[in-house]
Design a protein around this ligand. Structure first.
Ligand SMILES: *Cc1c(COP(=O)(O)O)cnc(C)c1O
Length: 339
């Protein structure tokens, strides 16, 4: 950080370039583009991948509303697919119900650090000519059967918000893609739509840059990511073993990275109170599904997502971060086991 200050090069400098190359390598994509946040990454990735003339984006409604916010900002209407009850991830079997020729992109979120079935989503999206974008904000470093997340679709998005698995000292994000024209579009859109300096070649641009200072922090932390993710997986496995009879997400699968540890509890309030009596804090990710958000609920009044609605009432998040001590993990396990 001192080197960045001394260099006087505070935006799009050498560390930013180095971080972009490291991210591209990490996910097996040709390009990575730093942007100002995960939500901006989604907005710019959608602007860059949705074919001209298409006006609908499809996603899931249980992922915190970020894709909905980004898609609406980019001027798209949002439709929702339901999720698989065993994983809380997009259910490819329900996806065709909301696909038609108006759909320009499907955003598939690797929620809680689990790995979604991107191949099945690509296959369904291809039937209507829609692009696929992976939201990897909760899953950096995760690997599915096809390889690392972030390299499995037309584009992918990342957030470096401080609590993510790879966090900056503030906001940050990135888009990865192996399609040259998508990379070119995001590169223009993140800086006013500039094709060249002071020449706007692409409409819909904005200022969405990742600072050189944050790039330096992320470059220093990147080598630690694997170890942190291993620790997160270990903690999730301990919770799963302790929470006998309760579903724990992300579902045990080899490549997940455990961003959030989420218990599915028919009596969430009762479990939360039990954990509180054992001095274990809990939270809810997420308490309001996208189609029920007050700002646009009337637009989606007819939407029926039975699995999403049930999970929204039943999910309870327990502590998960790599710095948890063995004693602390043991205390959460004991509290889960005694429920
Ligand atoms: C955090 C998050 C985002 C948004 O990232 P910001 O950097 O906070 O804008 C998008 N999608 C998911 C799944 C997230 O968890």
């Amino acid at each position: 950080m001192a080197d960045v200050v001394d260099s006087g090069w505070l935006v799009h400098g050498p560390r930013h370039g180095e971080l972009e190359r490291a991210l591209a390598t990490l996910v097996g994509a040709r390009h990575a583009l730093g942007v100002a946040s995960g939500t901006d990454a989604l907005e710019l990735a959608l602007r860059a991948t949705v074919p001209a003339g298409r006006d609908v984006v499809v996603t899931t409604a249980n992922c915190g509303g970020y894709t909905t916010t980004a898609a609406r900002r980019a001027g798209f209407t949002v439709r929702y697919s339901d999720v698989d009850p065993s994983t809380a991830l997009l259910d490819p079997a329900d996806l065709p119900r909301v696909l038609d020729e108006r759909v320009g992109a499907v955003v598939v979120t690797h929620l809680y650090g689990g790995v979604a079935d991107v191949a099945a989503v690509r296959e369904a999206a291809a039937t209507v000519g829609a692009a696929v974008v992976e939201d990897c904000a909760q899953a950096i470093g995760a690997t599915g059967v096809e390889g690392p997340v972030g390299g499995l679709a037309d584009a992918a998005t990342f957030s470096f918000y401080p609590t993510k698995n790879l966090g900056a000292l503030g906001d940050g994000g990135a888009v990865t893609t192996s399609r040259d024209e998508v990379a070119d579009a995001v590169r223009d859109l993140r800086q006013y739509g500039w094709q060249d300096k002071y020449t706007i070649g692409l409409d819909g641009g904005r200022n969405s840059r990742l600072d050189e200072m944050q790039a330096a922090v992320l470059l220093a932390r990147l080598p630690l990511l694997d170890g942190w993710n291993r620790r997160r997986r270990e903690i999730v496995a301990a919770y799963a073993a302790a929470a006998q009879g309760l579903q724990l997400l992300p579902q045990a699968a080899p490549g997940h990275v455990g961003h959030l540890a989420v218990v599915v509890a028919p009596d969430r309030t009762g479990l939360g109170a039990h954990l509180a009596r054992h001095q274990v804090q809990s939270g809810v990710h997420y308490p309001v599904a996208d189609h029920r958000q007050p700002a646009f609920a009337t637009e989606h009044a007819a939407v029926d997502l039975p699995v999403t609605d049930r999970l929204t009432q039943q999910v309870l998040t327990v502590p998960l971060f790599p710095e948890l001590t063995d004693d602390e993990v043991e205390r959460v396990c004991a509290a889960l086991a005694s429920y």
